[in-house]
Design a protein around this ligand. Structure first.
Ligand code: NAP
Length: 449
């Protein structure tokens, strides 16, 4: 069960439930933030008077549109796409596009809502938004992906812009999809507006270290939490869920910092390789050939593949959920705690259920919510926008250093805010409250809009 809210916040939450029926992931994300805001309203009663929370919970704009496209056999398909422009108090709306059959308004709203606070935490001038479609890219040819992206951008182009709303990638949307969408935007608007999308290729306005940023950032944050306890990631056994963009670069950075990642997964199952996941093989399977994780055993006969099941039962020191929402439940949390896991950091958005979070928080384990731990992706997207605005291109090392410094700052501000509110070590409270206060102050300054 999620924690109880105080009376004022319960009323706000009831209103959110009433206004957004059936959007369970959105309800979950709002509840998780409200759980931590009680002490903030005591310290800053003006935020309650000005109804800042109620305003933050209502997106500034929600766009829902039809995406018709033709497959390679000429058959017509109709998908639905969304862009939720949630909050622009700190800058243009910023957040990725997700292509996955599970996408509906409630998923996009949970992601957009979390994005507001995450983006505020980066300290960079970006508001919060998110988009996506129920399109399933699995098994589709390059041409089909291109036609879908072009059709989607034909409508989306009216709503975005470098000073308005800047989409990026997420599940099912990588550099290939960003390329097709950017091409169509350029064609429709007749403008080479690099800053309208991030996650671009290096030859056409992308930033070095953007592809790696979310996974790298999650590991930097993990290391900061451990350092605060006089420890480090070096020598630790790590389990990572997923094998997409975030997971692959979390594995890469964990190895670089001296840890051993012994397991990773996809939606069908997981592999265990006690010697450490072979990154080159994983990249070839998942990035180059777009195959399934089970094929890893072709490269390493002694690795074990398990279909279905939960990889959180594998004993490890550190767990990095990097796949999708609600992938780690109370039983998984129990198994991790019982097996002596010392830190969990979320590369994915909201991967832990409320019951799982409650168990982590009752234990001595370090727990970093996605809002803080995976903010390196969007932070580096903002660095991409900076490079685009100045028509510049930074080196990998310089960009990575900026990313690392941002993650160190995010850790510091979450840690210090939690301590200030009498909850030292509570990174959930630290992240929510730090992000909320920044957004609330900007909204207050701009009046009732
Ligand atoms: P991705 O490259 O598409 O990879 C997603 C991975 O998660 C794949 O291994 C996929 O397995 C697995 N997965 C997806 N849905 C699943 C499900 N329902 N059950 C089990 N596994 C599932 O996406 P990504 O960019 O790495 O994103 C992963 C997570 O990180 C998401 O929560 C995303 O919102 C979050 N995130 C991403 C970024 C970013 O910069 N990309 C930034 C911040 C947060 P299959 O291949 O079998 O589907």
């Amino acid at each position: 069960m999620a924690a109880r809210l105080d009376e004022k916040l319960e009323l706000i939450y009831d209103d959110v439930l009433h206004r957004n029926p059936g959007e369970t992931e959105f309800h979950q994300a709002v509840h998780e933030v409200l759980e931590t805001l009680g002490p903030v309203l005591v310290k800053y009663p003006e935020f309650a008077e000005k109804k800042i929370i109620q305003r933050i919970c209502e997106p500034e704009r929600q766009i829902i549109f039809r995406v018709p496209w033709q497959d390679d056999n000429g058959e017509i398909h109709i998908n639905r796409a969304f862009r939720v422009e949630f909050n622009s108090a700190l800058g243009p709306y910023k957040g990725g596009m997700r292509f996955h059959p599970s996408v509906y308004l409630g998923i996009i709203k949970f992601l957009g809502f979390e994005q507001i606070f995450k983006n505020a935490l980066t300290g960079l001038p970006i508001g919060g938004g998110k988009g996506g479609s129920d399109f399933d890219p699995k098994g589709r040819s390059d041409d089909e992906i291109m036609r879908f992206c072009q059709s989607l951008m034909t409508e989306l182009s009216r709503h975005i812009g470098e000073y308005t709303d800047v989409p990026a990638g997420d599940i099912g949307v990588g550099q290939r999809e960003i390329g097709y969408m950017f091409g169509q935007y350029k064609r429709i608007t007749n403008r080479y507006e690099s800053g309208v999308l991030t996650g671009k290729g290096l030859d056409w306005g992308g930033s070095r270290a953007r592809t790696e940023a979310t996974g790298y950032g999650t590991v930097f944050f993990t290391n900061e939490m451990l350092k605060a306890r006089g420890d480090s990631i070096e020598g630790k056994k790590v389990v990572v869920s997923g094998s997409g963009n975030v997971a692959i670069y979390a594995i890469a950075k964990a190895h670089e910092l001296g840890a051993t990642v012994i397991a990773c997964s996809d939606s069908a199952g997981f592999i265990i390789d006690e010697k450490g996941i072979d990154l080159a093989a994983l990249k070839q399977i998942k990035l180059t050939e777009r195959r399934r994780i089970c094929d890893y055993t072709e490269f390493h006969k002694d690795a074990k593949y398990v279909e279905g099941g939960s990889l959180w039962s594998i004993p490890c020191d550190i767990a990095l959920p990097c796949a999708t929402q609600n992938e780690l439940n109370a039983n998984d949390a129990k198994a991790l705690i019982e097996n002596g896991c010392i830190a969990v950091a979320e590369g994915a958005n909201m991967p832990t259920t409320p019951e799982g979070i409650a168990l982590f928080q009752q234990s001595s384990l370090l727990y970093a919510p996605g809002k803080a731990a995976n903010a390196g992706g969007v932070a580096t997207s903002a660095l991409e926008m900076q490079q685009n605005a100045s028509r510049d291109s930074w080196t990998f090392d310089y960009t990575q250093k900026r990313l690392e410094d941002i993650m160190i700052d995010i850790h510091k501000s979450c840690y210090e805010t939690a301590a200030e509110f009498g909850a030292e070590g509570n990174y959930v409270l630290g992240a929510n409250v730090t992000g909320f206060i920044k957004v609330a102050r900007a909204m207050e300054a701009m009046g009732v809009i």
